[in-house]
Write a protein that binds this ligand. Structure first.
Ligand SMILES: NC(=O)c1ccc[n+]([C@@H]2O[C@H](COP(=O)([O-])OP(=O)(O)OC[C@H]3O[C@@H](n4cnc5c(N)ncnc54)[C@H](O)[C@@H]3O)[C@@H](O)[C@H]2O)c1
Length: 259
């Protein structure tokens, strides 16, 4: 069987850890040439080296998506090393736990928008000209169940995640005529290494994990790979008539009114 992303050049932001790492790994397995773009140099170098050791073609470029010059540098290195980007996975994102609106500092508000929203736009802005010239491209913006519903005390995460749905729809409409598709992928609770650290810190990791899992009709949280496969579908030609959409992958969490 042919690999599903044969020689496609893919940028995955926030790929040094969690969901982004799983996407980078799956995409490499499917024949993509992957740029691991992350602000965490130590982890990013390690992840890219592991991908190469497993037979993948990958590079790491230290990138702060909140900084447009840093994104421009990352795209330049990607083009020079791997080729012109065909696919962008806008995955880098941050969340503040236990944050009520009036306790949110201006710095937290600014950082949330700089990384979660500006970061996605910076990357789109830099790859879109290449996609336009090629007459094709696929962009996947990682949203969340917080893109549609509000979970109290995570302010302003949901505000930023709602906003990226607007960015997704707007770019889908503007760039559809160039055969560039822009979709959002919206996970429920995903068990990243950070989530496991958070379970540990709670004092009762088994109970903490179960409590979160029980919110979902499937009675468990997602594994990172369960988000990477839908990302592969949205990135690849298998979803060639889909654009401007939000795919919710949340174990049924968003359809529950009251359990
Ligand atoms: N984990 C979940 O339950 C969950 C659920 C829904 C949506 N999401 C979304 O999925 C995405 C990935 O989440 P995760 O849980 O894997 O996160 P994570 O914290 O495990 O990994 C995020 C990665 O992004 C990188 N990063 C942070 N700021 C950056 C910046 N300014 N520039 C470049 N890289 C940066 C980090 O270094 C890290 O490697 C995020 O957009 C998040 O909002 C996560």
């Amino acid at each position: 069987m042919n690999p599903r992303l044969n020689k496609k050049v893919v940028i995955v932001t926030g790929a040094a850890d969690g969901i982004g790492q799983a996407i980078a790994e799956l995409f490499c397995q499917e024949g993509a040439l992957v740029c691991v773009a992350d602000v965490n140099e130590a982890l990013g170098v390690k992840v890219a080296a592991e991908l190469v050791a497993k037979g993948g073609k990958a590079i790491f470029v230290k990138t702060d998506v909140a900084n447009i010059e840093s994104v421009q540098n990352m795209v330049k290195i990607t083009v020079e090393t791997l080729g012109k980007p065909n696919i962008l996975i806008n995955n880098a994102g941050i969340i503040y736990q236990n944050n009520s609106p009036l306790n949110t500092t201006q710095a937290q508000w600014d950082k949330s928008f700089n990384v979660n929203l500006d970061g996605m736009w910076h990357c789109c802005k830099e790859v879109l000209p290449f996609m336009q010239a090629a007459g094709e491209g696929s962009i996947v913006n990682i949203g969340s169940v917080h893109s549609f519903k509000i979970v109290p005390n995570h302010f302003p995460y949901a505000v930023t995640k709602h906003a990226i749905i607007g960015l997704t729809k707007n770019l889908a409409v503007e760039f559809g005529e160039h055969n560039i598709r822009v979709n959002a992928l919206c996970p429920g609770m995903v068990e990243t290494p950070a989530a496991f650290r958070w379970f540990e810190e709670s004092g009762d990791p088994v109970a903490a994990r179960k409590a979160l899992g029980d919110i979902h009709p499937l009675r468990r949280n997602a594994a990172c790979k369960e988000i990477a496969y839908p990302a592969l579908f949205l990135a690849s030609d298998e979803s060639s008539f889909m654009t401007g959409q939000s795919m919710i992958v949340d174990g049924g969490r968003s359809v529950v009114y009251h359990l």
